[in-house]
Design a protein around this ligand. Structure first.
Ligand SMILES: Nc1ncnc2c1ncn2[C@@H]1O[C@H](COP(=O)(O)OP(=O)(O)OP(=O)(O)O)[C@@H](O)[C@H]1O
Ligand SMILES: [Mg+2]
Length: 408
């Protein structure tokens, strides 16, 4: 089970919207998903039409029971399963009610008070593929419980009325929890309420990518009134309007998370992707490497010298059309990581790693792109740059240059 906390101390940035709709979409992708509401406001129940007056056992009772360390009589024990409401196939909810508000006061002094939720969730480890935890809009014992239980955290960020300061603070808190507990906690920042039509929205998204680079989810969630309407009708977007942009965004997010494969698997998956890319690029380079003998005769049988290879590679810096796709070759001396971002990957700063197979200054990526016109930039250790080897550029709305490649 992958446990993902949805946290940000800033109110109204979309924690509950993300929790509900991501859970619904993970379930729709066939993943057994449990949503746990850790916010005494109880908005998950509200947004999923679970009537508050019929909730007999909520997460508060489950946590209280866990605090007794198994010393309660069996009949009085409140196991997590007793609190669960089935929402749709594969999608269960453990709701919260206002009774959770007393939790911080009640257990604030106990040294193990941050660990109750982790213990509770360990009892359903085999029953679910994902547990999502909706957090309240402040960093207290409830959020700390969620972070302690989680192996991943998604920080939704409002790109409409947003303060970078608040986000930096949230990430600091996550960092503090991470270093104190010595546990793996994969952090992802998710742009929400994105309105492509506003200059502010675009600028903030760009700023986020610049600042948080590989921490950003490739997917961002557009502002979509259907998401708000769905919540007011007590339905996730999968039920309220599967034709909406909100639905499309959340399906994309669910698939991105599934593909990422959990904290331990992310580096392996990336590595595999990078290696296969390197293999393909290497083959391609080999075929585009004409070796000329003394008399100008092509001789493919002799290995080229490192200098010769360097010469050939220099000739192909930039973006080249090949039979297998567009080969992007960048020169980035001393860089740790280079990524390719552009129209083709939603301007993601981390979806398309460029590979330095010889661990030198040359990074490459091969993309099979359909005919069309694509704008792109390189992200070199988090810094966005246009391709200096491609003179075909256009200005972007941020006063910088995008490189352009046309595939015919
Ligand atoms: N992408 C979106 N498009 C349109 N409306 C949205 C979107 N995301 C969130 N909203 C709306 O914004 C409001 C706040 O969202 P939500 O309740 O999910 O935030 P929250 O972070 O959980 O708030 P709190 O901090 O109070 O728990 C809600 O009315 C919700 O419907
Ligand atoms: Mg909320």
């Amino acid at each position: 089970m992958r446990t993902i906390a949805i946290a940000n101390q800033k109110g109204g940035c979309g924690k509950t919207t993300v929790s509900i709709n991501l859970a619904a979409c993970l379930a729709r992708e066939g993943r057994r998903t449990l949503l746990v509401d850790m916010d005494p406001q109880g908005h998950c129940a509200l947004g999923l039409a679970v009537p508050e007056d019929q909730i007999e056992l909520s997460i508060a009772e489950v946590l209280r029971s866990a605090s007794l360390n198994g010393q309660a009589a069996p009949a009085e024990r409140v196991d997590l399963v007793r609190s669960i409401w089935q929402i749709t196939a594969n999608f269960d909810l453990t709701p919260a009610t206002t009774s959770l508000a007393a939790f911080e006061m009640e257990f604030g002094g106990r040294p193990d008070a941050e660990d109750f939720l982790a213990e509770v969730l360990s009892s359903v480890n085999d029953k679910y593929d994902f547990a999502l935890i909706d957090c309240p809009p402040h960093i207290g014992l409830l959020t700390l419980n969620a972070l302690a239980a989680a192996s991943e955290v998604i920080i939704p960020v409002d790109t409409g009325y947003f303060s970078l300061q608040g986000l930096a603070k949230q990430i600091e808190t996550v960092e503090a929890v991470r270093s104190r507990r010595e546990q793996a906690l994969e952090v992802r920042v998710l742009a929400n309420l994105y309105d492509v039509r506003t200059k502010l929205g675009r600028e903030i998204l760009n700023e986020l990518k610049r600042k948080f680079g590989s921490l950003m989810c490739s997917t961002f969630i557009n502002f979509n009134t259907k998401l708000r309407e769905g919540a007011s009708f007590g339905q996730p977007i999968t039920e309220y309007d599967p034709g909406s942009m909100g639905f499309r965004d959340f399906v994309r997010l669910a698939r991105e998370l599934i593909a990422a494969g959990g904290p331990d698997m992310i580096p392996t998956a990336l590595l595999r992707q990078a290696n296969s890319l390197a293999d393909r690029a290497d083959k391609l380079l080999a075929t585009t490497r004409p070796l000329f003998g003394k008399n100008g005769v092509v001789r493919n049988d002799q290995p080229s010298t490192p200098e010769q290879i360097q010469q050939k590679i220099e000739r192909i810096y930039g973006a080249q059309l090949t039979n297998e796709g567009v080969l992007f070759v960048a020169q980035a001396p001393g860089a740790q990581a280079v990524h390719l971002a552009g129209d083709f990957n939603n301007w993601s700063a981390d979806a398309t790693p460029m590979v330095s197979e010889k661990r030198d200054a040359t990074f490459q990526a091969l993309l099979p792109l359909a005919p069309g016109r694509y704008r792109y930039r390189y992200v070199v250790d988090g810094q966005w740059l246009n391709d200096p080897h491609n003179s075909y550029v256009e200005a972007n709305p941020f006063g910088e240059l995008n490189s352009v490649v046309e595939v015919s």
